[in-house]
Design a protein around this ligand. Structure first.
Ligand SMILES: *Cc1c(COP(=O)(O)O)cnc(C)c1O
Length: 229
């Protein structure tokens, strides 16, 4: 089931790339395994997938420690809202932190990265739909915050991340606006080549995200099935 879903999703991504005139290599799939057991991650791994995303620190730590997954070459992304006091649990192993939405959080990641003598790739989260319940920087606050975050050592600001509104009619405009913010971010970045990732598109809207320039898709339900909450 998971292997079949993964195959179908990858096929849909490839088709959307063709429609958008993009190469399949320009889009990477993060399989979001939150709330799903380590055995599901293992199944997807055995089907050839290597890049996974989680959005709860506690759950990610359980998966880090799972003996079936421990020594596998899995690239783990943290895609959720990260509390500053939890950064220390992720700093050593995480491949990318998607949801950075304030300077103090970036500062803590920078500090912890130093401890592990590495630099940590991050994305700045934008609240593009301006829903009060969502995390992320308002578009008009993004660039001032980004300027400050660029100055921190051992952080690689790679680009932007967003969660679009659930209303599919609004999604395309939101993704277009994200693309514009992404292009503008390049113009203020100390190293524009480093701004290469636009993380947007989930199970319900990844086709639109690809058309609007996403480079990282975060897909859970379409691969692992519905989550029970
Ligand atoms: C859960 C989650 C996803 C995946 O959502 P699906 O609709 O299940 O594909 C993507 N991004 C974030 C931040 C999430 O929390």
């Amino acid at each position: 089931m998971i292997a079949e879903n993964l195959r179908r999703v990858k096929e849909q991504i490839a088709e959307a790339c063709v429609r958008a005139g993009r190469t399949p290599e320009s889009v990477r799939l993060i399989a979001v395994s939150k709330t799903k057991p380590a055995s599901d991650v293992l199944t997807a791994f055995e089907a050839g997938h290597r890049v996974f995303g989680e959005n709860y620190v506690q759950e990610l730590l359980v998966k880090f420690a799972d003996e079936r997954l421990q020594n596998l070459p899995i690239e783990w992304h943290f895609v959720g809202h990260l509390q500053t006091n939890k950064v220390r649990y992720l700093a050593e192993r995480i491949a990318m932190i998607h949801g950075v939405d304030k300077f103090s959080l970036a500062e803590e990641i920078s500090k912890r990265a130093k401890k592990y003598n590495r630099s940590v790739p991050i994305l700045l989260e934008v609240n593009i739909s301006s829903e009060a319940t969502k995390h992320g920087l308002k578009p008009d606050a993004l660039f001032a915050e980004a300027e400050k975050i660029f100055s921190l050592p051992r952080l690689e600001v790679k680009g932007l991340m967003t969660i679009a509104s659930p209303d599919r009619d609004k999604v395309r405009d939101e993704f277009k606006e994200m693309r514009a913010l992404f292009e503008r971010l390049k113009t203020i970045a100390p190293n524009p080549n480093q701004i290469s990732e636009l993380s947007m598109g989930m199970s319900g809207d990844f086709d639109i995200a690809i058309e609007e320039g996403a480079t990282l898709l975060r897909i859970g339900t379409a691969i692992f099935g519905e989550r029970k909450n």
